[in-house]
Design a protein around this ligand. Structure first.
Ligand code: DGY
Length: 325
């Protein structure tokens, strides 16, 4: 008997086909996100649920799971959408897809680090507008990237990949993490460790948030902390919206408290506050950090390996232990 796998969203064709070959996989033909009722129905029937990062797998939903549900093999690296404690108590293993979206996400971070100070999105709008009057010595001036200090909040795999890229652009690397990275890596990146985020923030030209959303990091960039940033500083967030106090960020951006922000994630996706959408000193992306064809296929392969390993009676390679900053 093939185990029953329920997918909450459409996945790449190759991944869905392989899942159908290996498992009794129920696909979502419409790609519309499951409602709460559909999620409850799925946890009652599935042996393995394959949700994505937009499915809220709350304690309430987990409480409805039938005894056959033994694995939640999430398609995505963040697990803040799953109540891990409730899953653990119910004896449900949770896996994710780390590693395979590191480089793609770091590329988007770097794009935002370049795009906001150099006003790339604004320049594109102007070039298309028909209103461009030609080159001028004082036209569309931004800020230089080379020689600036980058403060990375959360030096995991993505933070490290960002640091490597930023080094190539002549930036100096600073970071805040629960603990310093290996001395060899720190030396290679010529990185400076700040145990205190409060001490690091006012000294940075650009800050990139790369920590996962956990109970420890939610609200980490509070109103008070954000106010430590210099008026010339830029903030980039590709992690999760709830790591930053979004209302406080909007206030700062509106009042020239900081120079600009590049955001790929928001506190209440897909809702982006009007006030944020109206701001000119921002580049806003629709959560595309990991959105490459290759990345999605690799994520799918990871989900398949996690499921197959689990079914074979082994510990899946990406079993989740609560990630912390
Ligand atoms: C994840 O996998 O957590 C990402 O946010 C999706 O891009």
């Amino acid at each position: 008997m093939k185990p029953k796998i329920i997918l909450t969203r459409q996945l790449p064709d190759s991944v869905e086909t392989r899942m159908r070959e290996l498992f009794n996989a129920q696909l979502n033909e419409t790609d519309e996100a499951f409602t709460k009722e559909q999620l409850i129905d799925a946890v009652k029937k599935a042996d393995v649920l394959v949700p994505t990062v937009t499915d809220e797998i709350s304690a309430e939903i987990i409480a409805e799971a039938g005894p056959q549900l033994k694995l939640i093999a999430s398609f995505g690296v963040g697990v803040d959408h799953i109540d891990l404690k409730a899953a653990k108590e119910k004896g449900i293993t949770v896996t994710n897809t780390p590693g395979v979206l590191t480089e793609d996400t770091a590329d988007v971070v770097m794009s935002l680090i370049l795009a906001v100070p150099r006003r790339i999105a604004e320049g594109d709008v102007r070039a298309r507008s028909g209103q461009w009057k030609g080159w001028s010595p004082t036209g569309m001036l931004g800020r230089r990237i080379n020689g600036k200090r980058l403060g990375i909040v959360g030096m995991g795999d993505i933070g490290e990949a960002v640091a490597r890229r930023a080094r190539g652009f002549g930036m100096s690397i600073h970071y805040h993490n629960r603990k310093p990275v290996h001395p060899e890596l720190e030396a290679e990146l010529e990185a400076t460790y700040w145990e205190s985020l409060d001490q690091m923030l006012p000294r940075m030209d650009i800050v990139s948030v790369n920590c996962p959303s956990t109970p420890q990091t939610q609200g980490l960039l509070s109103r008070e902390r954000l106010s430590l940033l210099q008026p010339h500083a830029y903030l980039v967030n590709t992690s999760r919206g709830d790591v930053i106090d979004e209302a406080a960020l909007i206030d700062l951006l509106s009042n020239n408290g900081i120079a600009g922000a590049g955001l790929d994630v928001y506190a209440d996706e897909p809702h982006i506050p009007d006030a944020l959408r109206k701001l000119k000193n921002t580049v806003l992306l629709p959560h595309i950090g990991s959105a490459t064809i290759e990345g999605r296929q690799d994520m799918g392969q990871k989900v398949i390996i996690n499921i197959q390993t689990f079914i074979d009676g082994h510990t899946p390679p990406d079993r989740v232990v609560e990630a912390m900053l």
